[in-house]
Design a protein around this ligand. Structure first.
Ligand code: PLP
Length: 367
């Protein structure tokens, strides 16, 4: 029987086996494992890739988002109790970044077709406490950033992009990571640019923010044993930085493969029970996930499993319905709640073969 894994991480990395081993050996032999030239090199390369002035490596994607908000508090731009607009349908990390800092998330419903924050619904959520918008480029498709930027500028709001799923996505030729006042990236192994462990980064054009973040991620210190703020330990280590530099070289090629697979799915899947995702433009989407909607989602998932096709649900429970957020459980966000009932993520990755893609399409069309 054909078997299609959701994400074959081993083969994704084995594709670059020799280069990764060379990078490992370089770090091993350097005798320097934290805050050295591998990190500086990766930060420079990733800033250039995104088209921004600064990149600050941190321990993971959640820390990237938490630390930006924390830095804005240190800089006097935000304070406890301020409101930040977040999409209601997102991974919980986007919301945790707000609440972890003692700020209030205000949930806004998505555009049902693109799954992303609906700019038309943002303004009605703005109050005199609103200080920032946190758009999440969900599943790899960049939000309508020109519209969001316009609203933010009109109301004097900060913009923090959650780019954890959208490395390399562009709109109007500008990258995810370059639209916001700051942007948080994750390099969790399963992300489009994935480390071999946890890693994350922040991008920004703001030099003061850059400097504040560099200190915050390293115990609030620029100079050893001189602490200017009560910072944290959230550093991106030399080994992960070296491995990420290797993979960054291949990111655009891997993205092209994802786009080819997505195009085959979009052309090939023909089933009245299945709703395909809306794509704004080829460059807007890097297909971290290929998410379909189906009213019989659970039946479809077990049917695919019986045929050897592994799928996942991103995500089964929206943040406002989580046990962790009891204070928001009463909220009614019907578009978001409906999305969580009927989405299903199909296998997509840079190591999926054409035969596997054709097989998934054929099985889907027979449902
Ligand atoms: C993965 C992810 C994060 C968090 O990244 P970690 O590196 O796992 O901490 C944040 N936001 C979104 C949308 C993500 O998908």
């Amino acid at each position: 029987m054909n078997k299609v894994d959701f994400l074959d991480l081993k083969n994704i990395n084995l594709k670059y086996e020799q280069e990764l081993k060379d990078a490992f050996e370089r770090v091993l032999n350097s005798g320097w494992y934290i805050m050295g030239q591998e990190l500086t090199h990766f930060e420079e390369m990733f800033a250039k890739y995104c088209g921004v002035k600064h990149c600050i490596g941190v321990a993971n994607g959640l820390d990237a988002l938490i630390l930006v908000i924390r830095a804005w508090k240190e800089m006097g731009k935000l304070t406890d109790g301020d409101e930040i607009i977040v999409p209601a349908n997102t991974y919980i990390a986007s919301v945790l970044a707000v609440t972890e800092n003692g700020l209030i998330p205000v949930f806004v419903e998505p555009d049902a077709a693109s799954f992303n924050l609906d700019p038309d619904k943002i303004e009605q959520a703005i109050t005199n406490k609103t200080k920032a918008i946190l758009p999440v480029h969900l599943y790899g498709q960049i939000c309508d950033m020109p519209a969001i930027r316009k609203i933010a500028d009109k109301h004097n709001l900060l913009v923090l992009e959650d780019s954890a799923q959208s490395h390399g996505a562009k709109i109007e030729g500008i990258m995810s990571g370059a639209w916001g006042d700051a942007s948080g990236f994750s390099f969790y192994p399963g992300k489009n640019l994935g480390a071999l462990g946890d890693a994350g980064a922040i991008t920004t054009n703001d030099s003061e923010l850059d400097s504040t973040l560099r200190s915050l991620r390293n115990y609030g210190s620029h100079k050893k044993y001189h602490n200017i703020t009560c910072g944290v330990n959230s550093r991106l280590d030399e080994l992960q930085a070296a491995l990420l530099s290797v993979k960054l070289h291949h990111l655009d090629d891997d993205t092209e493969i994802r786009r080819c697979i997505a195009e085959k799915y979009l052309k090939g899947i023909r089933n009245d029970k299945i709703l395909l995702p809306k794509v704004v433009s080829a460059e807007s989407h890097v297909w971290h996930l290929f998410v379909i909607r189906c009213p019989e989602r659970d039946a479809l998932q077990s049917y695919l499993a019986k045929n050897g096709i592994q799928t996942l649900i991103h995500y089964p429970i929206p943040p406002h319905k989580q046990e962790a957020y009891k204070q928001y459980n009463h909220l009614s966000l019907p578009i978001t709640e409906q999305i969580h009932e009927d989405v299903l993520s199909l296998p997509i990755s840079p190591v999926m073969t054409s035969e596997q893609v054709e097989f998934v399409i054929a099985v889907l069309n027979n449902f």
